[in-house]
Design a protein around this ligand. Structure first.
Ligand code: ADP
Length: 400
């Protein structure tokens, strides 16, 4: 393995998350976050490995300013982790939407920047922010190679029957309206790790990955290729999520517009920000720690919400078992998948037909790679903590 430090950047419209990862040890050397970029109340959080977390209020007028602060923190003589910018060998950028143009990660060139810009209308909130992050880094580190790692790329192997919607075909031809899927870096990382843990060839397995975080999606990986995933043109489709509705009858949109005297845009905001487990619980919480506590106390809203969430995941597992004509291993990952044994039990209770039995003891663990099914379980079930930053760093090293 090459020995280089890779700066992984995840840029949002007013935030920037970063990690500096050494490619050989795969350890995080430093990490942090800039918040409220371009708005009042800017804040930077920086944590060097083995050092103390630092928080400072500092205005950042734009993303270039934020990147400059990050680079200053990393090279600070007292609390920095590298002597100079030359010790940062490459920068890997997380990009949300690569449309049909990108089926894998790529080195960033002017042409690549243009192609990413070409995907802006598919992710109008995210891609422009990602591009700003790239521009800021290129300005300050013009000699450093940079890569774009796309959330959508892993799912580009989906067959037509999985990615096309049942709408006039010309909408696909004219506007590229189709299913793309997201969380690709996580689904790829976790499915590869499952094969490793099982000591089997990736190409020989049928894998279902349940990425259950605030945003949540399921994917089906057959013989080394993603064949289906639950998010669609946007991340709104599929599972019931923290605040997103997931699948619903599209006619509901007009119905609610009329009933509530709201615009389509307003209802979509409800579906993105006020729905999911937050909405279903009557506004109680989008956080599964709160929901679980209330569930255990017998709270009706929490019970219906957790049941609804688990049922939807189980339905997708069933659908993807059908899509792949079987399944060898089911993986749970992300905040809820890694840390919530109760939800894993509730989902698995639907999977008797797959011969799934969970080991109560193994399932009680949290946050580390673990086989949680019993030795007799016909289909294996794993918890595999995702690590999107490490996956981006690995892709980056492979490309430079
Ligand atoms: P995001 O999509 O924002 O990255 P996460 O993957 O962090 O989301 O998942 C957030 C969810 O994970 C929350 O519902 C939270 O309750 C749950 N979660 C995160 N960490 C823990 C933990 N240590 N114990 C229990 N639940 C957790």
């Amino acid at each position: 393995m090459k020995d280089m430090n890779v700066l992984v950047i995840n840029c949002g419209s007013s935030s920037l998350k970063f990690q500096l990862i050494n490619s050989k040890s795969e350890e995080v050397i430093a990490k942090g976050l800039c918040e409220r970029i371009g708005i009042e109340g800017g804040k930077m959080i920086y944590t060097p490995a083995g050092g103390e977390k630092q928080e400072k209020e500092i205005p950042m007028k734009d993303h270039t300013e934020a990147v400059r602060l990050v680079l200053e923190a990393l090279t600070d003589p007292d609390t920095g982790v590298v002597k100079s910018l030359e010790e940062i060998g490459a920068v890997g950028h997380r990009i949300v939407h690569g449309g049909e143009k990108f089926a894998s990660s790529t080195l960033i060139t002017d042409e690549v920047m243009e192609a990413i810009e070409g995907c802006n209308d598919l992710a109008p909130l995210h891609n422009p922010a990602n591009l700003i992050g790239i521009r800021a880094c290129r300005e300050l580190m013009p000699q450093t190679p940079m890569t774009a790692v796309f959330d959508t790329a892993f799912h580009q192997t989906m067959p037509e029957e999985a990615y096309l919607y049942g709408i006039p075909y010309r909408y696909y031809e004219d506007y590229k309206v189709r299913r793309y899927g997201f969380h690709g870096t996580s689904h790829s990382y976790v499915s590869h790790r499952a094969a490793e843990l099982m000591q089997k060839d990736y190409e020989d397995l049928k894998i279902i990955v349940c990425h259950l975080g605030n945003g949540a999606s399921v994917s089906a990986v057959k013989n080394g290729r993603c064949v289906d995933t639950s998010m669609g043109l946007t991340p709104l489709e599929g599972l019931i999520m923290g605040t997103r509705s997931g699948d619903l009858d599209p006619a509901i949109v007009e119905f609610l517009c009329n009933k509530e005297n709201k615009s389509v845009g307003e209802i979509l905001t409800v579906l993105n920000k006020e729905s999911g487990v937050l909405g279903l619980s009557g506004g109680f919480s989008s956080d599964f720690r709160d929901l679980e506590k209330a569930y255990r106390a017998g709270d009706e809203a929490a019970i219906r919400t957790m049941k609804g969430f688990a049922y939807r995941v189980a339905k997708y597992i069933g659908a993807y078992t059908a899509a792949m004509n079987g399944v060898d291993v089911i993986c749970f990952t992300a905040g809820i998948g890694e840390n919530n044994p109760l939800i894993r039990t509730m989902i698995s209770s639907y999977l008797g037909y797959l011969g799934v039995t969970l080991s109560e003891e193994a399932n009680a663990g949290r946050g580390e790679d673990a086989l949680i099914s019993t030795p007799e379980s016909k289909t294996k079930v794993y918890v595999i903590p995702t690590n999107e930053e490490l996956a981006i760093a690995r892709e980056t090293v492979a490309l430079v």
